[in-house]
Design a protein around this ligand. Structure first.
Ligand SMILES: [Zn+2]
Ligand SMILES: [Zn+2]
Length: 211
């Protein structure tokens, strides 16, 4: 599967990723924070099947409405964050972003262990609450890639001080991630990519919790 980091128009937005099964041309967009020229150009004529949301914060979802209108793709999120797509208070857009959030109903809820497919390629869902109650990671086993949203970052982890965050849950989620066997490339929701092995060794949040 081809995995491309799409650099969006504004710094405030999360990292957005385009996944494409090259055999069938089917694709998915992870966290379309903005549906503008950058994302349109990256997508080209890829047939987008899924809009995969790692969680419901505004800096990951503002492009969901436009991308769904344009592509007919299914909006996929954990049920516990689905309300964020309807409510700028929950998404934190209200106090942080000047544009109006267009409400979107999710098309599909995912839970821990679910598997989605693009052609023959599988994308596994891991429920990783902590940053929000409905945070998930998407894992592409064939490519050994984790799309970690705002759960695991290079050297650190997502904030847990928002209204639906939990430090204990974040620790439990990170423990599950580092318990995965072998190494993975980690594409996080913000900042630069890393690897699971590097985070096992160097991530301050993980080192603190395994002490
Ligand atoms: Zn974020
Ligand atoms: Zn977030």
């Amino acid at each position: 599967m081809k995995i491309k980091h799409v650099v969006l128009e504004h710094e405030i937005f999360s990292n957005c990723y385009l996944l494409v099964d090259e055999k069938t041309g089917e694709g998915a967009v992870v966290d379309p924070a903005w549906y503008g020229d950058a994302l349109k150009k990256a997508i080209g004529d890829t047939k987008i099947k899924y809009i995969l949301l790692t969680h419901g914060h505004f800096d990951h979802i503002f492009g969901v409405h436009g991308l769904r209108e344009a592509s007919g793709a299914k909006v996929v999120i954990h049920e516990k964050d689905a309300g964020h797509l309807l409510d700028p208070k929950k998404s934190l857009a209200e106090d942080n972003f000047p544009e109006t959030q267009i409400p979107v109903e999710a098309d599909m809820f995912v839970k821990d262990g679910d598997i989605l497919t693009l052609g023959d390629e599988e994308i596994k869902v891991m429920h990783t609450p902590g940053h929000t109650m409905g945070s998930v990671c998407y894992i592409c086993e064939n490519d050994r890639v984790i799309l970690s949203g705002d759960t695991l970052f290079c050297m650190t982890a997502g904030r847990t001080d928002f209204p639906d965050g939990s430090d204990e849950m974040m620790i439990a989620s990170l423990k599950r991630l580092i318990a995965l066997e072998g190494d993975y490339v980690v594409y996080p929701g913000h900042n630069r990519m890393t690897t699971l092995e590097s985070e096992r060794k160097r991530n301050w949040y993980i080192r603190r919790m395994v002490k």
